[in-house]
Design a protein. Structure first.
Length: 462
């Protein structure tokens, strides 16, 4: 029996480094989810609430694709060192932001840096860990959310309530510096297989982000003619780069790698969209403090980690044969959790609303904990030598593009509906129901995943 472990002498240092990087970026993401309602109110930018998240995700998309091509040529060391510095600069800019536009600039820098960092981590996993160990390291990847999930949202909410949301960003900075000091030695000297990247593809993520931004801004201006025009223009701008950056057949969830990317993008979007508008409903409609609302977000991160370790043990037991089943099962469970969150804005009793929110997030977190690392293991097994960064970028784009669209679309729905006279409670409920539909589509795409992990690599767009 194979006794190799990610905690063995050959992988221990690298595994610890991955945990540090993921923990730092996870804390930042979870903390901002909790403090976003308060900071948008203080900076008088409630109309830009959705962009706190979308700006980050769109910039993350650009950083992901560009870094994917760089690491295939040069390895992950140089991009990693550069982008962790950029991530730190973004945190400082957000912490001192005097208004919402400056804060969004900080979020863009954070997103670009985070996208590059996570891409480097995914590439490391593909290059260094054999397929039999990838479910384990991906489970640890998810488990790196435990401490941020346990304490991040609550601590962020408590700091925001007692001091200021600005101190939350300052708190993240030492973790970033520490992860850079301890992780960089593990990345140095690593070389990718020298895949040939196309320089023209460097422009594609910029056009994809531009088109997505125009589309989301246009949605916020609907029902005006100006808003309709911008929405249509944004779709035209983003269509071509999205087609070129994704595996061929992703938009129709073609069986194999395209279905993996399509399903993953959809269920990740539903996860973050649900958390974003759940917190907004709990704080803005039900009047809960940020620290109490953060408990719901924390419960999802914990159950995600538990489920991720469950799937790793099952993968070892069945040698990867049950990966498709675990993704489908996970998304079925996740859909139940997302659906339970939809009516929360209409529950007047605080205890009942908080209880239901926590239960819904535990269920949702457990479901995605089964599906997320398993889908990654399937995708990584299909990576060709020299294209590890490309596959990592495709996965990361799936993790960023659809959440940006989903969160932005939800924000646009709330803005338009409240403008038309609907209550905020009803508007938030519709935004949450959109997440139910999104995870349902992800489940449908998951039925077309390969039944085994080691399959012939799918043909992808050059």
């Amino acid at each position: 029996m194979n006794k190799e472990s990610i905690w063995g002498a050959n992988f221990r240092a690298l595994t610890i480094g991955i945990v540090l990087v993921v923990t730092a970026t996870a804390f930042e993401g979870l903390a901002v989810t909790t403090i976003a309602p308060g900071l948008s109110k203080e900076l008088q930018g409630a109309n830009l609430y959705g962009w706190i998240f979308s700006a980050y995700l769109l910039a993350q998309l650009i950083g992901t694709v560009i870094t994917g091509q760089l690491v295939d040529k040069k390895g992950p060391a140089q991009p990693f060192i550069t982008m962790i510095l950029l991530f730190a600069v973004g945190i400082v800019v957000a912490a001192i932001a005097p208004n919402m536009p400056i804060l969004l600039i900080g979020r863009i820098l954070q997103g670009f840096g985070a996208g590059a960092l996570i891409n480097c981590v995914y590439t490391i996993i593909t290059l260094r860990y054999p397929d039999s160990l990838r479910p384990q390291i991906l489970a640890v990847f998810s488990s790196a959310y435990i401490l941020p999930g346990l304490f991040g949202p609550y601590i962020a909410g408590l700091i925001a309530e007692q001091l200021s949301w600005r101190y939350v960003f300052w708190l993240i900075l030492p973790f970033v510096i520490l992860s850079a000091i301890l992780t960089t030695p593990s990345f140095k000297g690593m070389k990718a297989a020298g895949g040939a990247g196309s320089s023209r593809n460097l422009f594609l993520p910029f056009f994809l982000a531009l088109g997505t931004g125009v589309f989301l801004f246009g949605l916020g201006e609907i029902p005006t003619f100006y808003g309709i025009f911008l929405s249509i223009a944004g779709l035209f701008i983003l269509g071509f780069p999205l087609y070129k950056l994704m595996p061929q057949g992703t938009l129709v969830a073609r069986a194999g790698l395209p279905a993996i990317i399509a399903s993953r993008g959809l269920f990740v979007a539903a996860y973050y969209g649900t958390q974003t508008y759940l917190v907004l409903g709990l704080t803005s409609v039900l009047g809960l403090s940020a620290d109490k609302a953060g408990l719901a977000v924390a419960s999802a991160a914990i159950s995600w980690s538990v489920a991720a370790n469950v799937q790793a043990k099952r993968d070892t037991a069945d040698l990867g044969a049950g990966r498709k089943k675990r993704v489908v099962t996970g998304l079925s469970i996740m859909m139940i959790g997302v659906a339970l969150s939809a009516p929360l804005a209409f529950i007047p009793n605080t205890l009942m609303s908080v209880t239901l929110a926590i239960i819904s997030q535990i269920i949702m977190g457990f479901g995605i904990g089964l599906a997320h690392p398993t889908s990654g293991a399937i995708a990584f097994s299909l990576a060709k030598p020299g294209e590890e960064g490309k596959v990592s970028a495709e996965i990361s784009v799936a993790d960023t593009f659809t959440p940006a669209i989903g969160i932005g679309l939800g924000g646009a729905i709330i803005t338009v509906m409240t403008t038309l006279g609907f209550s905020q409670s009803f508007s938030i409920t519709i935004a949450l129901l959109l997440q139910v539909l999104t995870v349902l589509l992800g489940l449908a795409a998951a039925t077309r995943l390969p039944s085994q992990s080691l399959l012939k690599t799918e043909e992808r767009t050059p």
